[in-house]
Design a binder for this molecule. Structure first.
Ligand SMILES: CC(C)(COP(=O)(O)OP(=O)(O)OC[C@H]1O[C@@H](n2cnc3c(N)ncnc32)[C@H](O)[C@@H]1OP(=O)(O)O)[C@@H](O)C(=O)NCCC(=O)NCCS
Length: 164
């Protein structure tokens, strides 16, 4: 599986078995099937998977867009294919799609100890703008609020980089 090509596509109901397996191995308080199903329905949702040609799900991202703000609520990549660029492509694609759908900023919460995810978000220009005391449980821990302003400038900078 490592090194396989993949595409970023909208999550489908039939992806949920794989998504739930990755979710269970990634978080101490995994989302339930119902929580993912709720994410799939509304117009404001932006719910993506990374899928190989053989239809294997490598990772997923859940978010929603409201009043010009894109909120990323969940991202995870299968343990066996981490650090191969899947998470980066999920975030890149989500930010680009959110921008096309009118988002001008992006926000998220991340565990204070989750330096891996923070490094990924910082690469995109997210900065820490606040702290939610004891926001998480299992274990209890603060959440950092990260924000990326001027989404359009970020996306334009990628396009410039690709042209160069
Ligand atoms: C966070 C997560 C989604 C990253 O996915 P990934 O596919 O492994 O990440 P990528 O390979 O795309 O890495 C992109 C960048 O993230 C950072 N990063 C990823 N893994 C890292 C690690 N183990 N240590 C340090 N930085 C890391 C690096 O900046 C990396 O860029 P680089 O490889 O050029 O140095 C994945 O580790 C994961 O599923 N973690 C568990 C769930 C989780 O914490 N989700 C986030 C909740 S807020």
């Amino acid at each position: 599986m490592p090194g396989e090509d993949f595409r970023i596509q909208e999550m489908q109901l039939e992806d949920l078995e794989s998504v739930l397996r990755i979710e269970a191995s990634s978080f101490t308080e995994p989302w339930s099937r119902e929580m993912f199903q709720e994410e799939l329905a509304p117009d404001i949702s932006l719910v993506l998977v990374a899928r190989t040609e053989e239809a294997t799900i490598l990772g997923y991202l859940c978010g929603s867009i409201a009043e010009g703000a894109f909120h990323i609520s969940n991202v995870a990549v299968d343990l066996g294919v981490r650090r191969l660029g899947v998470g980066r492509e999920l975030v890149r694609s989500a930010l680009a799609q959110a921008c096309r759908r009118g988002a001008v900023t992006a926000t998220l919460e991340v565990r204070a100890s989750n330096l891996t995810a923070q490094a990924l978000y910082r690469d995109f220009g997210f900065i820490v703008v606040g702290r939610r005391r004891r926001y998480y449980t299992k274990p209890v821990e603060d959440g950092l609020i990260m924000c990326l302003d001027q989404l359009d400038e970020t996306i334009n900078a990628w396009s410039e980089g690709e042209k160069a």
